[in-house]
Every structure is written in structure tokens, then in C-alpha cells.
Design a protein around this ligand. Structure first.
Ligand SMILES: Cc1cc2nc3c(=O)[nH]c(=O)nc-3n(C[C@H](O)[C@H](O)[C@H](O)COP(=O)(O)OP(=O)(O)OC[C@H]3O[C@@H](n4cnc5c(N)ncnc54)[C@H](O)[C@@H]3O)c2cc1C
Length: 412
């Protein structure tokens, strides 16, 4: 079967990889001159397989009110005269109910654990590990006692996750020594992993390019989907039109307008985030594990000889321009937590738009149009969820049952 994909981020590339490995022919269209240059470029690097709770959670609306009053808080809300924004925010508020959060966490956890299994399977079969990948575990540390107690109370006795005192956090992750006096405790998930998402995209591409059934079309912006008699028949590009048999939309935020025009409404909204990447001189000064500073909503990951620091959610700002104040604040906070990590003045700043649904769960599967498929809306977890999303969608396109239940992960 010939399948066309729109979008060369981590979601489009893993989809291409899964399809090629199942014997399909794949054409991938990407507007940029290279793949992995948009939201998949300099994200937090966390393969956060066991820590998947969506942003929409009980208490977040109140916390957000406090954050909005502060100058440099983890979340910033810029109200717009936009029906789209208010509809998304209303749905987000509804998703904050704890019963809804629990259900969505369970859906994400199912997909995340499967994603880890698929990545390991691909690594065993095809040797995909040259992307600063390590199995290093994740430490979530808490400054606020009630947040820590709430998180600790959710850890089942049978779980492999460990609830640690500040001293135990430092024993497990010595680079936390400067932060420890401000901590109430931490939770360690030994099964989590790390990698550089851009390098992962490049490695997937290298293997795909070696395959005769794969064709990459870079520098090709898809302008419109051509739908006739209930099927997608083609893609309108800047200067020509190409025919399609099956089409997968994996263009992140770029999918919304294209789908809208053919009557498929997807509730995606861009949640802007920032990262810093700085060279590391001495590995002992930066975390070996992935570290999440829960109350500041900052994640830290060592990617070979670099430290990646990622954070912040700006709602109502759909540009990827770097906001100098946000970056200065991130640099300042990271420097307080890991002062000897490296030269923060040399850090590369980056901003990206998380393609997020209000519930934090992606949209996988059919769009309602016969041969039009969705692999979208992975929000803060696209790198983590990519392999499973690709493998589930491939099964659906093959008309085979998906390897895990897709309840809560499809367009209603
Ligand atoms: C600050 C930050 C930190 C993050 N940290 C993590 C993390 O630690 N772990 C994790 O799992 N996830 C993380 N994420 C989320 C993750 O980066 C995203 O979920 C993921 O990159 C989304 O991938 P994607 O392929 O859907 O989108 P993208 O990477 O944006 O790819 C979409 C592609 O489609 C192309 N495109 C769009 N429109 C068109 C068109 N009309 N024609 C042709 N091409 C088009 C774009 O150019 C782009 O290349 C983070 C995100 C941010 C912003």
C-alpha cells in the first residue's frame, strides 16, 4: 500500500518508519528543508514513560491564577479574542477534574509503556541508539511539601517508583547537592530514558533514506487536501498537485488549518515552551538521571556532552520567537539549581509549540474520512509517545487490531 505523510517531525518520521517496516511504500512531505526542525528540535529529551500525568489536573486552575500574578511563572496566559482559545481553555478546565485526569493518565501510561517496548524492539532489530540515548531513570523533586505528599500517596507499593527523602535524592543523584536544602523529597522512576529528539529524527531518516520504498519531499508546503466523494484524492502543493492513496496527518500545529478546510475539527492549541542547551565540561556537575523540578516545572537532561533545560507553558503565543525575559528567567533558575553545570552564557536558546489537546491525550486513528488518518496532538510527550503512536496507527491502516486499547486516544 502507498501511504503519504504530511509532517517530518518525530511523529511523521516514526510513522514512516513503522509503515516501511510493515512493507508499505511511503512518501513524506515536509515544508522545511530538513526534518525535525520544528517542535521536535530541542525539546526536553525525556522519554518519560512512567511520569505522564497531563497538564490538566485538579488544583492546576488555582495554581495557574497564582502563577499569572507573578512575572516569571511556569505558566503564562495571554487572553486573545479567539473563540478557539476560549473553547480550548474551557475544555482544559473540564479536563482538570481529578476523575478525568486519572482516566487520561491511564490512557497515556498505556501508550507510553507500549512506546518504550516498541523503541526497544526497533533498537534490538535495527540498532537505533545513536541519539544520545541512555536508560538513566527520572527523578522528580518537590520543593512544596503538600505537592510531595500528594505525589507520594499516589505511588503504589507494588510500583518500581521509589519515594525518597532529600538526602536519598542526593545519594541517588549527587548533582542535586545545591538544590537539596530546598527540597521536601523526590520520586525516582528507574525505568525512564533520555535521548536527543532531533538526532533521533535524523537517525530514523538515515535508515529510511536507505530504503527503496521511502521518498522524502522536503521544502514542500502542503497547501490543501483534495477531498472528493468522501476520500482524500490528493495534496495541493505550491506549484502542483500529487495524488494520494492513504494520507497521514502528522504536521503538528500545521495540521489544524488543513484539516479544518475539509471539515475535520481537531482541538489542538499551541502551548509554547522554551529550552536551553549548554556544553558540559564535567559530567559530575550535571544530573545523570533526568530531573524534573516539579514546582518550577523545569526538566533537566544530559544529552552526551550537553545539558538540556526545558520549561514553561505560554498560552496565547503562537510564535516561535525567543522571548528574552523568559529565557533570562530560565537561565537564572537553572543556574541556581545546577550552578556548576557549565557556562550558561553560552547556552543556545530555543522555543517550540507543543501541539496540545485540552486533555493532554493524542489523536490516533481515522479522521472520519475513509483514507485520512491522524497522528497528532502529543503535547508535552511527543518524543515519549511517538513509537507507540506510529505502531498503533500502522496496525489500523493495515486493518488489524491495534496492539493496545485506543480508548481515550482517538477523535470523538
Ligand atoms: C519546551 C518543550 C519541551 C518538550 N519536552 C519534551 C520531552 O522532554 N519529552 C517528550 O516526549 N516531549 C517533549 N516535548 C513535546 C514534543 O517535542 C512534541 O510533542 C513533538 O515534538 C511533536 O512532534 P510532531 O512531529 O507532532 O510535531 P513537529 O515536530 O512540529 O513536526 C511537524 C512537522 O510538520 C511540518 N509541517 C507543518 N505544516 C506543514 C505543511 N502544511 N506542509 C508540510 N509540512 C508541514 C512542520 O514543518 C514540522 O516539521 C516538548 C516540547 C516543548 C515545546
Amino acid at each position: 500500500m502507498r501511504v503519504t505523510i504530511v509532517g517530518g517531525g518525530v511523529i511523521g518520521l516514526t510513522t514512516a518508519y513503522a509503515l516501511i517496516n510493515k512493507g508499505h511504500e511511503v512518501d513524506l512531505f515536509e515544508q522545511n528543508d530538513d526534518v525535525g526542525m520544528a517542535t521536535s528540535f530541542a525539546n526536553g529529551g525525556q522519554l518519560s514513560y512512567r511520569y505522564v500525568s497531563p497538564l490538566a489536573d485538579a488544583g492546576v486552575p488555582w495554581q495557574a491564577v497564582g502563577w499569572m500574578l507573578k512575572q516569571n511563572s511556569p505558566l503564562r496566559f495571554r487572553p486573545r479574542i479567539s473563540l478557539e482559545q476560549w473553547r480550548w481553555c474551557l475544555q482544559f478546565l473540564l479536563a482538570c477534574r481529578s476523575s478525568v485526569n486519572q482516566a487520561n493518565t491511564a490512557h497515556l501510561l498505556r501508550l507510553a509503556l507500549h512506546s518504550q517496548a516498541v523503541l526497544h524492539d526497533w533498537q534490538a532489530q535495527f540498532g537505533l541508539s545513536d541519539f544520545a540515548w541512555r536508560a538513566n531513570g527520572k527523578m522528580v523533586v518537590y520543593r512544596n511539601g503538600s505537592h510531595f505528599n500528594h505525589a507520594a500517596s499516589k505511588i503504589a507499593a507494588s510500583s518500581s517508583q521509589q519515594v525518597l527523602t532529600p538526602q536519598e535524592c542526593v545519594a541517588a543523584e549527587p548533582s542535586l547537592v545545591d538544590l537539596a536544602p530546598q527540597l521536601q523529597g523526590g520520586i525516582f522512576s528507574p525505568g525512564d530514558e533520555v535521548g536527543d529528539c532531533y538526532l533521533f529524527c535524523q537517525q530514523l531518516l538515515q535508515q529510511l533514506n536507505a530504503h527503496p520504498s521511502f521518498t522524502l519531499h522536503t521544502g514542500q508546503i502542503v497547501k490543501e487536501l483534495v477531498v472528493e466523494r468522501g476520500k482524500v484524492r490528493g495534496l495541493k502543493l505550491a506549484n502542483n498537485e500529487v495524488a494520494v492513496d492513504h494520507l497521514v496527518m502528522a504536521a503538528g500545529m500545521g495540521s489544524v488549518g488543513l484539516l479544518n478546510k475539509v471539515g475535520v475539527k481537531v482541538p489542538l492549541y499551541p502551548l509554547k515552551g522554551y529550552s536551553l542547551t549548554l556544553p558540559v565540561a564535567d559530567h559530575a556537575t550535571v544530573p545523570h538521571t533526568n530531573v524534573t523540578d516539579y514546582d518550577r516545572k523545569i526538566v533537566y537532561a544530559r544529552l552526551d556532552n550537553q545539558l538540556r533545560v526545558a520549561a514553561m507553558v505560554d498560552i496565547g503565543n503562537a510564535s516561535t520567537a525567543i522571548d528574552a525575559n523568559r529565557i533570562a528567567s530560565l537561565r537564572h533558575q537553572a543556574q541556581l539549581s545546577f550552578p556548576k553545570a557549565g557556562d550558561y552564557q553560552q547556552a543556545q536558546a530555543w522555543a517550540g509549540l507543543r501541539p496540545a489537546t485540552p486533555q493532554g491525550t493524542p489523536l490516533l486513528g481515522n479522521s472520519g474520512i475513509n483514507n485520512l488518518w491522524l497522528n497528532l496532538g502529543h503535547g508535552s510527550l511527543g518524543f515519549t509517545l511517538a513509537c507507540a503512536s506510529a505502531s498503533c496507527l500502522t496496525q489500523l491502516i493495515n486493518n488489524e487490531p491495534p496492539p493496545i486499547a485506543l480508548t481515550g486516544l482517538q477523535l470523538n
